[in-house]
Design a protein around this ligand. Structure first.
Ligand SMILES: NC(=O)c1ccc[n+]([C@@H]2O[C@H](COP(=O)([O-])OP(=O)(O)OC[C@H]3O[C@@H](n4cnc5c(N)ncnc54)[C@H](OP(=O)(O)O)[C@@H]3O)[C@@H](O)[C@H]2O)c1
Length: 283
C-alpha cells in the first residue's frame, strides 16, 4: 500500500513516519511518501494534483494543518486556505486516481456545551475560526471523495511542541503554574492515533470517526498528572477560561466517544493516563 502523508514534520506526521517504517521492517506492505510544506504545499491545487497523479498513492493521510488556534482568529485566510481548501485539494486529487483519503479533524468542531461524550452523529457547531475551518475541511472532503475517513481527535501530544512539554518547561522556570480547570477533554497520544490511522486506512469502512484515548480530565488535572508522573513538586493553581482571556473560544466539554471505531472493531486506544505514563518515560 502506497501512502502519501502530508505535514510529516508535525507531531502526528512524525509518529506516522516512525510507525510506517517500523511496519515495513515487520514486512508489512507499506510504502511511504513523506511530505511537508516545502515538498508539498497542500494549498497549491496544481502542485497537489501533479504530485498525486505522478506518485499514484493508494491513500493520502492529511495531517497538515494550521493548528495555531489563537492565531487563526486574526489570520482567517491562512486557516481556511490550509484547513479547508488544502483538505479539499487532496480529496479531489485522491478521487481523480481512485485513492482513499484520511482527513484528521478535531473536537473543536463542537461547541462543547453538553456534558456527555460526543458521538460522530452529534451536530457540529464550531465556535472558533480554527474549528470552523476544520469543519469546512471535513465537509469538503466528504463531498468530493466518497472514499473518505474523517478522524476527529483531541488534545494531541507527541514529538514537537505540545501541552506536556510546555508544562515541563514552565515547571522548570517558575514557582507556580496556572492551568485551566473548566475545559474537559481527553489527552491523546500520537502513538495511539497513528496506530488507529494505519488500521483504518487498510479497510473500506469509510465515514466519520472519533479517535481519542479513553477517559477524561481538565487541563489542570492533566498538568497535575504530568508533574506527578515526573515527581515534580510545584504549586499548580486552577484557573477559569475567562481569567486567561485567550482570543479563540474553546469548547468547555469536548470529550469524544470512539463510538464508530468500536462498532467496526478498531478501537485500540489506551486510557489517557497509561499512554501519558509511557510518553513521559521517554521525556
Ligand atoms: N495538536 C492538537 O492538539 C490537535 C487536536 C485535535 C486535532 N488535531 C489535528 O491533528 C492533525 C495533526 O496535528 P499536529 O498536532 O500533528 O499538527 P502540527 O504539529 O502543527 O503539524 C502540522 C504540520 O502541517 C504543516 N503544514 C502547515 N501548513 C501546510 C501546508 N500548507 N502544506 C503542507 N503542510 C503544512 C506544518 O508545517 P509548519 O509547522 O512549517 O507550519 C506542520 O509540519 C491536524 O489536522 C490537527 O488539526 C490536532
Amino acid at each position: 500500500m502506497k501512502i502519501l502523508v502530508t505535514g510529516c514534520r508535525g507531531q502526528l506526521g512524525q509518529e506516522l513516519y516512525r510507525q510506517i517504517e517500523a511496519r515495513k521492517q515487520a514486512r508489512e506492505e507499506f510504502h511511504l511518501l513523506a511530505s511537508d510544506v516545502d515538498t508539498l504545499d497542500i494549498t497549491d491545487a496544481i502542485q497537489v494534483e501533479n504530485m498525486v497523479k505522478r506518485e499514484k498513492p493508494d491513500v493520502i493521510i492529511n495531517t497538515a494543518a494550521y493548528t495555531k488556534v489563537d492565531a487563526c482568529e486574526t489570520d482567517e485566510q491562512t486557516a481556511f486556505r490550509v484547513n479547508a481548501l488544502g483538505a479539499r485539494n487532496l480529496a479531489v486529487a485522491a478521487y481523480n486516481i481512485g485513492a482513499k483519503i484520511l482527513q484528521v479533524s478535531t473536537d473543536y468542531v463542537f461547541d462543547g456545551t453538553g456534558n456527555t461524550p460526543l458521538r460522530e452523529y452529534d451536530p457540529v457547531n464550531p465556535q472558533s475560526v480554527y474549528g470552523k475551518s476544520k469543519a469546512l475541511g471535513e465537509q469538503l472532503v466528504m463531498t468530493t471523495n466518497p472514499r473518505h475517513f474523517i478522524l476527529r481527535t483531541a488534545w494531541l501530544y507527541g514529538e514537537g511542541s505540545n501541552f506536556v512539554r510546555t508544562i515541563l518547561k514552565l515547571a522548570a522556570e517558575r514557582d507556580e503554574l496556572k492551568v485551566i480547570n473548566d475545559q474537559v477533554g481527553t489527552p491523546t497520544s500520537t502513538v495511539d492515533l497513528a496506530r488507529c490511522i494505519l488500521d483504518l486506512i487498510q479497510t473500506e469502512h469509510y465515514g466519520i470517526y472519533h479517535g481519542t484515548c479513553q477517559g477524561e480530565c481538565t487541563w489542570y488535572q492533566f498538568a497535575k498528572r504530568i508533574l506527578a508522573l515526573k515527581g515534580i513538586k510545584i504549586k499548580v493553581k486552577p484557573v477559569s477560561t475567562e481569567e486567561l482571556n485567550l482570543p479563540a473560544k474553546r469548547p468547555a466539554y469536548s470529550v469524544l466517544e470512539n463510538f464508530m471505531l468500536d462498532m467496526v472493531g478498531l478501537d485500540r486506544f489506551r486510557r489517557w493516563e497509561e499512554a501519558l505514563a509511557e510518553y513521559l518515560r521517554g521525556e
